[in-house]
Design a protein around this ligand. Structure first.
Ligand code: ATP
Ligand code: MG
Length: 557
């Protein structure tokens, strides 16, 4: 899945060397989401990287749920994450794995550390513990419970595990160094009491390992050779290494960090995306405005375009923000090549062809795609009454307006040339109908008088079409960096991020449109049928993206 032309990135170089020099026999990576929300476009970068490297180097990539916090996790998220990874086109090695599969082993290793005098039960409450921890500038202080004997610690940890103590009353901490400059090494908590059922292990446990204690050891258990994570975990590496060095683990994973994806006009944080859902700014995690994988899918974005986007942005160790226009470019590029063409009138204006027989319908045919001959030809019913776009007609206009003007001609796309003869208005003075004459000698050829109309407009039969609703999405945020600084990102939500049009008229073939399959509605953009709303005879179409490509234009300046 890597393009041949692109130079190798630092992780590809590291892996190639590790394999060449025999430090690693087989590349094993993993994608380790916490099931506390749906995956977003940032996760796609990590997925494409981890699975992509495994594919490239003939290794394997595991899908492991890092499920150490039952308070925030749910089975719904587990299911959504599996669906999203598969949809992106990747296959994990073997069964789905869970950190909770290793809770027994992790618990034994916690006891092992106690036995080695390297972990102790501490009764400081959260506030006291914070005080004892010190700051970036000042060292911490030893907990008064730090010198408990091995026997006492074993007993207390057994009683913690048996549920004898209340949540928050004590925890198990690694005994490392309260004066360490790296705060992560100041006797971090490795087990906490949480009297809470877990989505995988049920009521079995009332103590749970911390993420930091579980993460590296889970990698070791799975034989992960290259444990790839984002830069914010760089400071945790000395702690992960400490655990690995002080425990009888079966393997030694090596951690490598890369920069997270930041996208402008977007937030990529499950916590914030959850807030948008919970506070009703959007209609669920898969709302087509959301930068989640499921939202993008429902909007009509293809997995190939997300993979292409991840390829384009590359992998580095320096944080930067990517222009969302680059994602839009990848989406448009894929749809342009693959989406069948169709016509849909968003804001219909009635056109009556006065010289066309009442009740007659002829079937015209149109190509499925301008160059893709494998896409089937469309059948377009042509009748006396049609719809065109309101904005495609004017009573008067200058020469720049290449559409239908009173007493002028225009070509109907894939059909005949018509001329506007008369305008009908309602009492409010609004145009409700245009009466035209059709030149039936113009199918696939110029009019006999040799005067070629300048404009081509789209249309749909008024008698034989699909009545539908169309949802036009705009950016979810109108601030380029909605969550940078002290801002409340919710205040940057674009109030005009959705326009719903009803009574739109699509060509009849779109009655069969499959949900999430992209079409180009000629002159209007790329659309797909919504998978959640609409009925069989009244579909809802989502605009995936407009036709215009402002990003590429910027690049060519
Ligand atoms: P969030 O802040 O959205 O909750 P997270 O890092 O806590 O993100 P995890 O479920 O722990 O989410 O992430 C799983 C994997 O995806 C991790 O390896 C993480 O580093 C990676 N990941 C998460 N967000 C991004 C991002 N924006 N860019 C690249 N990788 C990411
Ligand atoms: Mg997280």
């Amino acid at each position: 899945m890597t393009s041949e032309s692109k130079p190798a990135h630092f992780l590809q170089n590291i892996i190639r060397e590790d394999l060449a020099e025999g430090r690693v026999e087989q590349l094993t990576t993993r994608f380790p989401p916490e099931p506390n929300g749906y995956l977003h476009i940032g996760h796609a970068k990590s997925i494409c990287l981890n699975f992509g490297l495994a594919n490239e180097f003939g290794g394997q990539c595991n899908l492991r749920f890092d499920d150490t916090n039952p308070a925030k996790e749910e089975e719904e998220y587990v299911d959504a994450i599996k669906r999203d990874v598969s949809w992106l086109g990747f296959e994990w090695a073997g069964d789905v794995r869970y950190t909770s599969d290793y809770f027994d082993q992790l618990h034994q290793w916690a006891i092992y550390l106690i036995e080695q005098g390297k972990a102790y039960v501490c009764d400081l409450n959260a506030e006291q513990a914070r005080e004892y921890r010190g700051t970036l500038k000042e060292p911490g202080k030893n907990s008064p419970y730090r010198d408990r004997t091995v026997e006492e610690n074993l007993d207390l940890f057994a009683r913690m595990t048996a549920g004898e103590f209340d949540e928050g009353s004590c925890s198990l901490r690694a005994k490392i160094d309260m004066a360490a400059p790296n705060i992560n090494l100041r006797d971090p908590i490795i087990y906490r009491i949480k009297k809470m059922a877990h989505h995988q292990t049920g009521d079995k446990w009332c103590v749970y390992p911390s993420y930091d204690f579980a993460h590296g050891q889970s990698d070791a258990i799975e034989g992960i050779s290259h444990s790839i994570c984002t830069l914010e975990f760089e400071d945790h590496k000395p702690l992960y290494d400490w655990f690995i060095e002080n425990l009888p683990v079966p393997a030694r994973p090596r951690q490598y960090e890369f920069a997270r994806l930041h996208l402008n006009y977007t937030v990529v944080s499950k916590r914030k995306l959850k807030q948008l859902v919970d506070e009703g700014f959007v209609d669920g995690w898969d709302d087509p405005r959301m930068p989640t994988i499921s939202g993008l899918r429902r909007r009509g974005v293809t997995p190939a375009s997300i993979r292409q986007f991840c390829e384009m942005i590359g992998v580095t160790r320096s944080d930067s923000t990517v222009d969302v226009g680059m994602l839009e470019y990848a989406i448009r590029d894929d749809l342009d090549k693959n989406a069948p063409r169709a016509m849909c009138v968003l804001k219909p204006l009635k056109v009556t062809l006065t010289n066309y027989p009442e009740g007659q319908q002829e079937m015209l045919s149109a190509p499925g795609h301008p160059v893709r001959e494998d896409l089937p030809t469309r059948e377009l019913p042509f009748t006396k009454t049609l719809y065109i776009e309101q904005e495609d007609f004017r009573e008067e206009a200058n020469k720049k307006y290449k559409r239908l003007v009173l007493s002028k001609k225009v070509r109907l796309r894939n059909a005949y040339v018509i001329q506007a003869d008369e305008v009908i208005k309602n009492d409010a003075g609004e145009i409700v109908e245009v009466r035209c004459s059709v030149d039936l000698d113009t199918l696939g050829k110029d009019p006999a008088d040799g005067i070629k109309p300048k404009g081509v407009i789209h249309w749909v039969s008024a008698d034989n079409n699909v009545d539908c609703e169309v949802r036009l999405y705009d950016r979810l945020f109108n601030d380029e960096s909605p969550d940078v600084g002290d801002k409340n990102f919710l205040e940057s939500v674009n109030p005009d991020n959705l326009e719903v049009l009803t009574g739109c008229k699509a060509e009849i073939g779109l009655a069969e449109a499959q949900p999430e399959k992209g079409y180009q509605f000629e002159r209007n953009g790329y659309f797909c049928r919504d998978s959640k709303y609409g009925t069989p005879d009244k579909p809802v179409f989502n605009r995936t993206i407009g036709l215009r490509d402002s990003w590429a234009k910027e690049q060519n300046k």
